[in-house]
Write a protein that binds this ligand. Structure first.
Ligand SMILES: [Zn+2]
Length: 281
C-alpha cells in the first residue's frame, strides 16, 4: 500500500517527507497505457505532486506541476491537493526511447533537456503563485531541487525514483524531500550532504524491506525522527459531467452549433483519466 510520511529531524531543523507511490503510478500506467519511459517520467512528476501537495495547508488548496520539454514525450501535467491525491497525463504517453548506456530508462532524453518546469499553487489568494525553472537534465528531481532553492529559497533535496519491470508493470515508485530550515547547524548540513551522496537507490531499499521511516532516518542521520502525519496518496480524477458541460460553454456558440450539426453530439474526453461524455443539447 502506498504511504506518505511527513515529519522532521533534529528538533525541527530538517523537514522530511518520504513516499512510496508504486500503486498510484501503476494506476497512471493503466489509465494512460504509458510506455516504460512515459511511466517513469509521469510517475516521478506524480510522486513529486503528492509530496508537494501534502505541504499545502488547506483542503481547497491546489498544486499544478507542468513540464514542457523538447523531448518526444511532450508536455507532462500533474495536479495535486493537500491530501496527496494526484492526477496527471503525458501528451504522448506511448513514446519510447532507447535505454541509456547504463541500461536504465533514459528519462532525460524522453522529457528533453531544454524547456521549463512550472509550479503553480492555488492557495485561495487573488492570483495563483507561480514559479518556474529551466530544465537541465530532464530527470525532474534535479529541476525540482533547483525550484526549491531558486523560487522558494529553501535548500532542499528531492529525489524521485520509478522502476519498471520487464512486463511493463511498476516495480517500485518512491521519493523523498529533505529541506533545511533557516539556522540549521552547519555540522548537520555537512553530515546530510555526505549521507545523501552515499545512500543506495531508495527503490532498492524499499524492495529489501526497509520502511519509509527507516529511509528518512538513514538520509537525515537522526535515529529519532518525529513523524507528524501519515497519509495514503492516490491517483484519482475529480472530473464530472457538470465540469465538462462548463468546458463546453467556453466553446464559441457558432462552433458548438457546427459540431452538433456535423456529428449529432459534442464529445468531451478528460485528459487526466480518459473518461468521455457525449452532449447532444
Ligand atoms: Zn477525469
Amino acid at each position: 500500500m502506498d504511504r506518505l510520511i511527513r515529519g522532521f529531524a533534529f528538533d525541527g531543523q530538517v523537514r522530511l517527507i518520504g513516499i512510496e507511490s508504486t500503486d498510484l503510478v501503476q494506476v497512471a500506467l493503466n489509465t494512460h497505457k504509458l510506455s516504460p519511459v512515459g511511466t517513469a517520467a509521469l510517475g516521478k512528476l506524480l510522486t513529486a505532486g503528492a509530496i508537494m501537495g501534502s505541504m499545502l495547508k488547506d483542503d481547497e488548496d491546489r498544486l499544478t506541476l507542468i513540464v514542457k520539454g523538447d523531448g518526444p514525450l511532450g508536455n507532462i501535467v500533474v495536479c495535486a491537493n493537500s491530501k496527496a491525491i494526484v492526477k496527471g497525463y503525458v501528451q504522448n504517453p506511448m513514446v519510447d526511447v532507447p535505454l541509456s548506456e547504463d541500461g536504465t530508462l533514459d528519462i532525460g532524453t524522453a522529457v528533453g533537456r531544454n524547456g521549463v518546469l512550472t509550479v503553480t499553487k492555488d492557495i485561495g489568494l487573488k492570483e495563483p503563485q507561480t514559479g518556474s525553472v529551466e530544465l537541465k537534465t530532464g530527470t525532474i528531481s534535479d529541476e525540482l531541487t533547483d525550484y526549491f532553492l531558486i523560487s522558494e529559497q529553501i535548500p532542499s533535496v528531492i529525489q524521485l525514483s520509478v522502476s519498471v519491470k520487464k512486463d511493463a508493470t511498476v516495480s517500485k515508485a518512491c521519493g523523498y524531500l529533505l529541506q533545511l530550515m533557516p539556522g540549521t547547524d552547519p555540522a548537520i548540513i555537512d553530515m546530510i550532504v555526505g549521507r545523501i551522496s552515499n545512500i543506495r537507490p531508495i527503490c532498492e531499499l524499499l524492495k529489501e524491506g526497509f520502511s519509509i521511516e527507516d529511509i528518512l532516518k538513514s538520509i537525515s542521520g537522526d535515529e529519532k525522527i518525529t513523524v507528524l502525519e501519515e497519509i495514503q496518496p492516490e491517483f484519482l480524477c475529480d472530473c464530472s459531467r457538470e465540469r465538462m458541460e462548463r468546458a463546453i460553454s467556453s466553446i464559441p456558440a457558432e462552433e458548438r452549433k457546427r459540431m452538433i450539426e456535423e456529428d449529432g453530439f459534442i464529445e468531451i474526453t478528460c485528459s487526466f483519466c480518459g473518461k468521455s461524455e457525449k452532449f447532444t443539447f
